[in-house]
Design a protein around this ligand. Structure first.
Ligand code: 5GP
Ligand code: ZN
Length: 114
């Protein structure tokens, strides 16, 4: 989608260092990390937010969870623990309206989040 930051990043138009990529998703480090490990896992397909996820996207979301598991192992937080989170809408703290999943770890995370 034109003028979508994560579409541009996923298309390789922003000189991003991908820590993972395949035909469906990319993963890269968050610009403003909130934990020692803070990755964003982003589908190449433009879906603005969770409200706009279709049933046909279920396989894609399952794939994202598999990629998250792989990245947790790669960044050595699989054993200590981590969080996979997708913010939706204003109250959820979403700022980029292209669905994405934060993988956070490397420190003790608070629950519930603020
Ligand atoms: P949200 O607030 O929508 O859940 O998450 C958006 C995330 O994208 C934020 O954590 C923010 O730091 C990150 N972000 C925004 N712009 C960029 C960028 O250009 N590059 C990278 N790597 N991360 C970005
Ligand atoms: Zn997009």
């Amino acid at each position: 989608m034109k003028d979508c930051l994560f579409c541009k990043i996923a298309a390789g138009e922003m000189e991003t260092d991908f820590v993972y990529q395949d035909e469906k998703v990319v993963a890269f480090k968050d610009l403003n990390p909130q934990a020692p490990v803070h990755l964003l896992i982003v589908p190449k397909k433009h879906i603005s937010d969770l409200n706009n996820l279709k049933s046909e996207d279920s396989e894609l979301v399952g794939h994202i969870y598999q990629v998250a598991k792989k990245m947790a192992a790669k960044f050595e937080i699989a054993d200590s623990g981590y969080r996979l989170v997708s913010n939706c809408g204003d109250d959820g703290g979403q700022t980029v309206y292209h669905i994405h999943f934060h993988l956070l770890g490397g420190r003790k995370l608070q629950w519930p989040p603020g």
